[in-house]
Structures are given as C-alpha cells and as structure tokens.
Design a protein around this ligand. Structure first.
Ligand code: DC
Length: 229
C-alpha cells in the first residue's frame, strides 16, 4: 500500500529557515510546495504598483476583486504569477518586503489567500509554509512544524540571500527589519503568527539545511507509514 498523502504545515517567523526546508522536504517526498508568503507578496506588489497605501483596506479590497494570484510549477521550481505575469523576482524587492506585513494584516486579503491555499491543499501531498498554516489554514494538518532561529542566524541567512542577488545590506539594518516584521506579524489582530499547540518546534540556529530537512522528512515518513515515529 502506498503511503497516505499528507498535509504538512511549516510556520515560523521571517528567515527562520521555513522556505528552503519546505521546498526541499516537498522535493524529497514528491509533494507540492506552497510558499504562502509569496502570495501575500504578490498582492503587495500590486498594491504598490497601483499607488495604494498598504494601510488603505478599502482600496485594497476593490483591487482584490480584479486580482488573481497563482503558483505555477516549472520543473522543480514554483513561480508566482500575478494576473498572468511572472513576478517571482519583483516580489522579493526591499519595497515589497517592507510593505508586506501591513498589507497582510487586512482581513479581506487573508480571506482571499486562505481560500486559495485550502483549495490547493485539498487533496493532500502538500507542504505549505507561512505564518498561520497550522493555526488557521489547515488546523487539522497531519503534521505541523514551527521553525525558530536566533536573530543573528536569521539576519545572516537573509544577508546571504540578498548577496546572492547582488545586494549588500548591513547587518544592523537587517536585524532591525526582521524584528519589525516579527512584531507586526505576531501582534496583528487577524491570524497572528503563533505556534499551534500541536506543532513540533525546530530550532534551526545551529542546524545545516540538510539537518533541518532530515528532521522534517523523518517525522513525515513516520506518520505517512503509520508508525507515528
Ligand atoms: O515568508 P515571507 O517572508 O515571504 O512572508 C512575507 C510576509 O507575508 C510576512 O511578513 C507576513 C505575510 N504572511 C502572512 O501574513 N501569512 C502567511 N501565511 C505567510 C506570510
């Protein structure tokens, strides 16, 4: 009998190692990876392009009525498509990163994204990563992980990511930005970032990527094969 196709939730704060882990875990298991942060980033990009203030819920609501965010698989990679346009690079810009927490506070934005995420995950065989997957989007997920890491390790990772794209940020600025985003994401009214009671906490500060992936994949295989390991 082939193992059951599960819904895996990976939540955690910015730069905690979620994205890379989720992508590689999905690859190892032959599952689909959904980066829900990328969806909120795509909406934010559209808001900024339209010249709308990230705090203006009413105009954002009108904009959402004609907005379509999709994730498209291309080989092993997933591309983010906004109204038919591939915006994979643009959604990682510093401007989008600064505005995304404010845009994703709005209930109307969250409802639209959550609806789409539930649709994509309805058949299982999926690894979703974000801030509210285990608490709100899939509270009955088969396995939930909550990734954390020390602020220095997180800033270092973010710097490496940016350096790979030719940007050289300073560490203090990065630490400040990550703290600010953590604070906004965990204090908002609508589905704030928090660890689900039944989530497994993984501190990635001193783990290599291979180790992070191994921890998650072993747990998933245990559950999929019914041993509950
Ligand atoms: O994972 P990320 O850094 O790409 O996420 C960008 C922002 O999107 C994050 O600061 C808050 C928001 N977000 C959210 O509110 N809920 C999610 N499930 C995922 C991301």
């Amino acid at each position: 009998m082939s193992p059951r196709k599960l819904v895996i939730a990976i939540d955690g704060p910015a730069a905690s190692g979620k994205s890379t882990t989720a992508r590689l875990v999905a690859e190892a298991l032959g599952y689909v990876h959904i980066d829900t942060g990328a969806m909120y980033r795509a909406v934010t990009l559209k808001v900024l392009r339209a010249g709308i203030r990230p705090s203006d819920g009413e105009r954002i609501e009108r904009l959402l009525a004609t907005t379509h965010v999709a994730l498209r698989r291309e080989g092993k990679a997933t591309r983010v498509v906004l109204d038919g346009e591939d915006v994979n690079a643009e959604i990682r810009s510093p401007e989008v990163t600064r505005a995304v927490s404010m845009v994703s506070r709005h209930k109307i934005v969250r409802e639209a994204m959550v609806r789409e995420q539930r649709r994509m995950g309805s058949e299982g065989g999926i690894v979703l990563e974000g801030r509210d997957i285990g608490t709100v989007v899939f509270p009955d997920a088969d396995l939930k992980f909550f990734m954390i890491a020390g602020i220095e390790a997180r800033a270092r990772r973010r710097r490496e990511e940016l350096e790979a794209r030719g940007i050289s940020p300073d560490m203090d600025g990065l630490i400040e930005e990550i703290r600010e985003r953590d604070s906004q994401d965990s204090t908002r009214e609508e589905s704030p970032l928090r660890k689900a009671e039944d989530a497994i906490e993984v501190d990635t500060s001193d783990l290599t990527i291979e180790e992070q992936v191994r921890v998650v994949v072993e747990k998933v295989r245990g559950v999929a094969e019914g041993t509950g390991a």
